[in-house]
Design a protein around this ligand. Sequence first.
Ligand code: UDP
Length: 249
Amino acid sequence: MEIINIRGVDFCNVTLDEAADWVSSVLAAPSESPHAVFTPNSEIVQLCIEENEYYSLINSADLIIPDGIGVIKASRILGTPLKEKVAGIELGERTLAIAAEKGYSVYFLGAKPGVAEQAAANMQEKYPALTVAGIHDGYFKKEGEENEAVLAAIRAASPDVLYVCLGVPAQEKWIDANRAALGSVKLCLALGGSLDVWAGNVKRAPKLFIKLGLEWFYRLCCEPKRIGRMMKLPKFLFGTYAEKWKGRK
Ligand code: UDP
């Protein structure tokens, strides 16, 4: 797989179809420890730029897909274009379809109590063959006894795929710290607010916004409190132009 480094993060240059093929091959092969998929957008790359210790965490995943139009724009500005934006939630759903078709089981970890249950019910309606081996909300202490109990519950359910939806960067940290203690899990996906969307609590932007690269704008209008986080986007793009300009000199 071709890796393209954008501002220090090693993105895989894949389309959604290619990422789904990678998921299929990982699930079909024996593996000693789970593979991890991270889906950074420009906000997360900017977090790495501002707090360098996040680079090794984010780059520790086996598949890193560009979940944001800002990253795609940056890749073009820098002259190393990535093929397309690959939304984590879309790869997450493709993985559910693969799991349903091939008989792999999934576990949903994250979101507020009741949300993962609703997400599971909705996705089982859409993919009737889907086996949801277990569910746990995301509001537990991420260390000590409470965390051990969550790990034990996951091992007991012995899923093939673990969806970790705790928000950024908590979910990446959790996967990194607990990857070796997940028993049968072959694949961990860090997927932010996906369970809220599948549960029907949060709507994704209309297709036109997604097509125009304006999903971020739609989210901002729906959740104005995200403005602080989203200020990282212009910072990221200005920084990218500055890097290009420096490179030219
Ligand atoms: N969340 C969680 N545990 C926490 C904090 C947050 O499970 O301790 C969940 C929250 O309920 C939401 C998701 O993490 O479902 C974060 O969603 P958001 O859309 O903010 O994702 P991000 O943009 O951070 O990836």
